[in-house]
Structure formats: structure tokens, C-alpha cells
Design a protein around this ligand. Sequence first.
Ligand code: F7E
Length: 330
Amino acid sequence: MKRALITGVTGQDGRHLSEYLLEQGYQVFGLLRGQHNPKRAIVEREVPDVRILEGDLTDQTSLIGALQGAQPDEVYNLAAMSFVALSWNQPELTGNVTGLGALRMLEAIRNVQGSSVSGHRAAGIKFYQASSSEMFGRAHEVPQSERTLFHPRSPYGVAKVFAHHITINYRESYGMFACCGILFNHGGPRRGPEFVERKISRAVARIKLGLDKGLTLGNMEAKRDWGYAGDYVKAMHLMLQQDQPDDYVVGMGQSHSVREVAEIAFSHVGLDWREHVEISPSLFRPAEVDLLEADPTKARTVLGWVPEVSFEDLVRMMVDADLEKESSRQ
Ligand code: F7E
């Protein structure tokens, strides 16, 4: 039975990946941060077979302990301070967790592997780093592939560039099987409510049910390439099953504006977004990423990765899930 350790197990991707790996017959361990973390209950409810290990990406000793406890074949580093807008208010924390956190895990793996001469299972641990399309930032070309230059526009994007390059550096310096998945935006019913597509789907459900009147958004002209998280975690797993470690762009190959998300979401319940959405300059970012669109050719041809849920179906799926959640809350 293969064993996997997932950091960020309480997040959207952590729960989807846990579910997927459990289905593949893995024993899954999840790293949980802090004392009495309220998100523990979500993991226990949704993916009860995940074994929780306590640890924190800012504490190297705890990472070594988690690796010794899990003895994983594969480590998926999904943990991060992942909300781009917040990264301007907490740039140092973002650099520490999102950037240096990856380095600490790579060093912890090296440390544990060093002690593997005595037959420790940790020898040859494969590592997945959750890189992000935010690294492209003010994109130098459209669409963006593995060869596109990075030009991050937020402390989050800068931290992800560090984590990306240090992962490649450890692959080149120490021959580690380390891969980076450059994932474009991906949502679903488990998406955190701070991200725009979930903020919209939740508001649409609440407005439809008469619980709210309107929704305030920032820059509706920003364009992203949105896919379904359940599809994207399969690409993460595929990367670690190849003969050689490498980096892959994962996205749908289409870009859509925030306005289009609102149009589809509101019209799905028979409403017109223009009657409910207000724009607030306070939600605009100090530096915006205007247009992201993936060129996922490599993931499709080398990994054979094929997403199943379209952008339009993703938005409708999220609205339906929020309608169900909000109605059962009443
Ligand atoms: O913003 C605009 C906002 O916060 C998307 C993370 O998962 O994907 C995500 O990063 C766009 C931006 O995601 C609101 O200005 C307008 O242009 O949903 P978001 P993100 O910044 O693209 C990447 C791949 C990651 O790696 C990140 O971890 O939507 N926007 N009005 C708004 N955004 C938010 N959040 N809220 C608004 O009211």
C-alpha cells in the first residue's frame, strides 16, 4: 500500500486529493496546524480515513516528525497562505509559509532520507509542489506554458516563485524526484468563500433564497482560466507516477472574466447580475493580474490528463451546491 503525506489537507485541494488517493488504495496522512484547529472537523467528516499528524510548515522539527510518522512514498505540499489579496497585508507571513515552507519540507525530506540507510521507508520520497499561475502575473505571453517567464504581481506570487525554483533546485542539486504543478484557478463546492467564484456562487444562492440583497465585487474585468479542483488533483498524482520528475501547467486553456462568472451564476437561477452587483474600489488590488490563460498541452500529451468539468458546468455546480447548503441552513 502506497503512503502519502499531504500538507494543506484541510483546504479544498487537500480534501479532494485525499479522497482521490484513498480511492486509489493509498494510506493518506494529513498535516494539521495549530491547537484545536476547527478545520480538523471538516477533514474528519469528509475524509474520515485520513490520519491526522500535527505539524506546521514554519516548524522544521515538526515536519521531520510528520515524515517519520507517515513514512510516505509521496509528499504533496499544498499548504500555503493562499489568498492573494491578504498577501499584501501579511507579506512576511506569506513569504514564510508559502515560500520558505516548501524549502523546510524539502530539507526535512533530505534529513529523513539521510537516515534511510538503516532501511527507513522514506528513501526515495517523491515531492509535489503546488505552484501557481499567479507566478505569471503580468503575463509575458498568452497563453502561458512551462516556458513562459514569471512576473509575479503580489507577495503571494513572489513567494510561490521562490517555492517553485527551490523545488527545481533540489531536483537538480540532489536528484530528488520533485515536481511542480503550475495550477491555474480551480474551484468547486469546497472552495473557500474568500475566492471570487465561491463568493459569487454563495451570494447568488443567498440572494435567490431571499437571505441577501446584493453582492459587492472588485475588478470584474480580470480574466482567469477556471477549472474544477476534483479534476486538477488527478494531475498532481499523475506527475508523481512518471518515470522522470518534471513541471507541468494545469488549466483548461480558456480565459473568462469575473463578469462572465457572475453572468452565468446569476442567470442559472433566473436573475440578472446587473441588478444585484455593486463594484467597490476597496476590493481592487494594489497590482492586478489582468489575464491568465493556460497552455496545458504538456499535461495533456505527457500525463494524458483530461479535465471533465467545463467552466460553465463548474459555475453551475457551485451555485447548485450553495443553494443546497443555504437552504438546509434555514
Ligand atoms: O481572484 C478579482 C480579483 O481571489 C480572482 C488562488 O487560489 O488562484 C487564486 O488566486 C480575480 C482577481 O483568486 C473580487 O481581483 C474581483 O483578479 O478568486 P481570487 P486569485 O487571486 O486568482 C491562484 C491560481 C492561486 O494560486 C491562489 O491561491 O477576481 N475579484 N472582485 C475578486 N476577488 C476576490 N477574491 N473577491 C472579490 O470580491
